[in-house]
Write a protein that binds this ligand. Structure first.
Ligand code: AHR
Length: 490
């Protein structure tokens, strides 16, 4: 008999709303993310619409990504946007400094916007601060968002787009403490003030300006930046952290101990987010709320190096890591506006892998798919008496993780994760005050081996299954080891 875990969900006790933007993505001109994954060119034998792949965009459209950040990453501060507009055959070839590739500029602003239209997502553009100028950045914003009859707007129209693109999210530099210029926080804050002063009125009402935040070994950056922004904090809508997990670990041939260590590191991201959330609360006012973002995160294993364009496999382990991270993000939802997993296709913790004309979706993709009903839901309190799971000599955490959200229509969506590699649990699901809620749908993602992953020969090795609603009888359901289960109630 599996050990029993009691779960009580409190419907109608709505906490904060979980922004759908927490389920956003990041796509950079790096390796085969854009070139190969998104863009194949109109002459390709791979099915495309105006050069953009049909198969990968169809898979992305299905999971309705709320936003995609582009063009980098480190590439952003090495990118000059006007290289990527106008007739494609006349566009210059440049050196992609950080990823040591030739940049053909065949994929530029209009191609990115078409990609966003095809997958029905909001564009999030990161501007060049490290090697650009204020006017270069401001004119890109004008090119995208203005409707006045200016020369840049005329150029946009000549290039095929009459109406403004209406880009809402603008990042001012990327990793300005590193590849984005090697700056100190005070200097970056001065530049931020200058850039934002010109960009905000150009971007238009409702636009969000996003500042470069810390990474987990540079925690002092955030406080120093916000402090130096005093008097101009209304120019900061988001403070974006970058935290990668898994350095030095193998992507497939990891040990059980490696897996438990990776899961223990969700706590590292949690602590950094908690610190940043506390800070933005302190620097926000009633009139202007600053949000935390994490516009780069995910696993980064030792196989992903510059030479292979940061390519790595994504296993069932990545799916559990993503799911556990999303539960933690939900808890920070009062301050967390957006997260962007790195990166959409063929790079790091990718949703999709391609090889020439072939493509597959990874176990991580399935988590984005399964968790869709959480988006914009209200977090509900849960009582859970999960057993402890020892992760490392120093760290343990609950073996079972649960997140419950309630949609505007009153339906409740519960995701359950069993992080144990070998123990199944019986979950006894109850609703507080005996609220009557009927099971509508159950989906389960698991695999016999945590190292299992999808290959081009066996692309459906790891995929979710739908279980009959009667799988939950008398409120009880078995949650297999290393699994994620999603249950919809109404
Ligand atoms: O996602 C890969 C790289 O990681 C990005 O270009 C950079 O911002 C980060 O260091």
């Amino acid at each position: 008999m599996p050990r029993s875990v009691n779960l009580t969900v409190h419907p109608n006790v709505k906490q904060h709303q979980v922004s759908r933007y927490i389920y956003s993505q990041f796509a950079e001109h790096l390796g085969r993310c854009i070139y190969g994954g998104v863009w194949v060119g109109p002459d390709s034998t791979i099915e495309n619409v105006d050069g953009i792949r049909v198969d990968t965009t169809a898979a992305l459209k299905k999971i309705q990504l709320p936003a995609v950040r582009w063009p980098g990453g480190c590439f952003a501060d090495n990118y000059h946007w006007w290289d990527g507009i106008g007739p494609r055959k006349e566009r210059p070839r440049r050196y992609n400094l950080w990823w040591r590739q030739a940049e053909t500029n065949q994929f530029g602003t209009h191609e990115f916007m078409q990609f966003c239209d095809m997958i029905d997502t909001d564009p999030y553009i990161c501007l060049n601060v490290g090697s650009g100028t204020v006017e270069e950045a401001r004119s890109w914003v004008e090119y995208c968002n203005a409707s006045q009859d200016t020369s840049w707007v005329q150029r946009r129209r000549e290039n095929g787009r009459k109406d403004p693109f209406g880009v809402k999210f603008w990042g001012i530099g990327n990793e300005s403490w590193g590849c984005g210029g090697g700056m100190r926080a005070g200097y970056y804050a001065d530049l931020y003030r200058q850039y934002a002063t010109y960009i905000k009125p150009t971007a238009g009402d409702g636009a969000k300006l996003i500042a470069c935040g810390s990474h987990d070994n540079l925690p002092d950056w955030d406080a120093a930046f916000l402090d130096a922004m005093k008097g101009k904090l209304d120019l900061v809508d988001g403070l974006a952290l970058h935290i990668y997990t898994g350095w030095g670990m193998p992507n497939i041939d990891f040990t059980d101990a490696d897996y438990y260590k990776l899961i223990s590191l969700v706590d590292n991201v949690d602590r950094n987010l908690a610190r940043a959330c506390g800070l933005v609360q302190a620097y926000s006012t009633r009139e202007h709320k600053i949000h935390v973002m994490m516009d780069e995160w995910g696993t980064w294993f030792r196989e992903a190096v510059t030479e292979n364009g940061l390519y790595q496999q994504s296993t069932m382990q990545d799916a559990l890591f993503a799911a556990a991270s999303f539960h933690m993000f939900h808890r920070h939802g009062a301050d967390l506006m957006m997260t962007n997993m790195a990166q959409t296709i063929n790079v790091l913790q990718a949703l999709i892998l391609t090889e020439g004309p072939k493509m597959l979706v990874t176990p991580t993709y399935h988590i984005f798919d399964m968790f869709m009903p959480h988006r914009d839901g209200y977090l509900l309190p849960v009582d859970l008496n999960s057993p402890e799971l020892k992760l490392t000599d120093k760290f343990s955490r609950e073996a079972v993780s649960v997140s419950a959200t309630q949609a505007e229509d009153g339906s409740v969506f519960v995701s359950l994760i069993n992080l144990s590699l070998d123990e199944e649990f019986e979950i006894d699901v109850n609703f507080a005050l005996n609220e009557a809620m009927a099971v509508q749908k159950i989906r389960l993602l698991t695999s016999p081996d945590i190292r299992n992953h999808n290959t081009f020969d066996a692309p459906e090795t790891v995929k979710p299954v739908e279980l009959p609603v009667a799988t939950i009888t008398d409120g009880k359901v078995n949650l297999p080891a290393k699994s994620v289960m999603c249950v919809s109630f109404a």
